[in-house]
Design a protein around this ligand. Structure first.
Ligand SMILES: Nc1ncnc2c1ncn2[C@@H]1O[C@H](COP(=O)(O)OP(=O)(O)OP(=O)(O)O)[C@@H](O)[C@H]1O
Ligand SMILES: [Mg+2]
Length: 249
């Protein structure tokens, strides 16, 4: 059974989808069999990969498609299951189904097909909701992502209280990643503060890098055209530390 990882944040727009897709590319280029599952009805991962809306998790949930029908092989070497057409068309129904069946993802996806992969990464919509809950229940590792800025820092208490409840109920490993650190501004102060709060739960800080948006605009991972960029180099470093850390768990 592979490692299942949820990328979670209380605040929106902190870089979860960017991290999930580039982590997938990083793991795939290291030879790991990797699956990304997008639980976000925004279908953002399909967007950053430049893919049309297609069947995915929402069609598994309403039993209108099978696992093998919704898995997409990406150019970056990882497999991908989008949130799906129904998730986008009727988000209320999709959310309700996940709320009614919070263990669907764990039991019908991870326990059935997890053996096919070394890593499964869940992208989630921001905040605590049935999508994030289902992903976290199906994961053994949660990566909490924060932006090194005052508005993200302001969500820290909320994030801590949700994640500690999840951890205590299910014995998950929770690690924190800080994104968008810019050495030229106040974000470095927030980075210091967050590192201090997280202590040994701190995993890594990723830099602000204008190449990130350029790569997304081309529907490519950061490694395709910007392998020497700060984000790519630091993400490689982060993945090294992450793999060592989970090897010791
Ligand atoms: N390290 C970075 N440097 C520069 N830009 C970044 C970085 N990380 C993310 N971004 C940019 O920030 C924006 C938001 O990123 P992203 O969509 O990944 O956030 P998100 O947390 O998934 O948002 P949502 O909560 O809506 O799902 C995007 O335009 C992305 O390109
Ligand atoms: Mg996103």
């Amino acid at each position: 059974m592979g490692q299942a990882i949820t990328i979670y944040s209380s605040k929106g727009g902190v870089g979860k989808t960017t991290l999930a897709s580039n982590m997938g590319a990083s793991l795939a280029k290291q030879g790991f069999k990797t699956l990304i599952i997008d639980t976000d009805p925004q279908n953002s991962i399909a967007g950053v990969l430049g893919l049309e809306l297609s069947n995915g998790l929402s069609e598994l949930l309403n039993y209108s498609a099978k696992f093998e029908d919704v898995v997409i092989k990406t150019r970056d070497g990882f497999d991908f299951i989008p949130a799906g057409v129904e998730a986008n068309r009727d988000t209320l129904e999709y959310t309700q189904l996940l709320q009614d069946e919070p263990y669907f993802v764990k039991e019908s996806v991870i326990e059935e097909f997890g053996h096919l992969y070394d890593f499964i990464i869940f992208d989630t919509p921001p905040g605590f909701n049935p999508m994030a809950n289902s992903a976290m229940l199906a994961s053994n590792i949660i990566l909490g992502l924060l932006e090194a800025d005052p508005t993200s820092y302001a969500t820290l208490d909320l994030m801590e209280s949700i994640l500690s409840k999840i951890r205590d109920a299910n014995e998950k490993e929770i690690l924190f990643v800080i994104n968008l650190v810019d050495i030229d501004d106040v974000s470095v102060d927030f980075e210091k503060l967050l590192k201090f709060v997280f202590e040994d739960r701190y995993l890594f800080s990723l830099p602000y890098d204008s190449n990130v948006k350029k790569a997304i605009a081309n529907c490519e991972s950061i490694y395709t055209n910007y392998p020497e960029s700060p984000y790519a180099v630091m993400l490689d470093e982060m993945m090294k530390i992450f793999l060592e850390k989970i090897g010791d768990m």
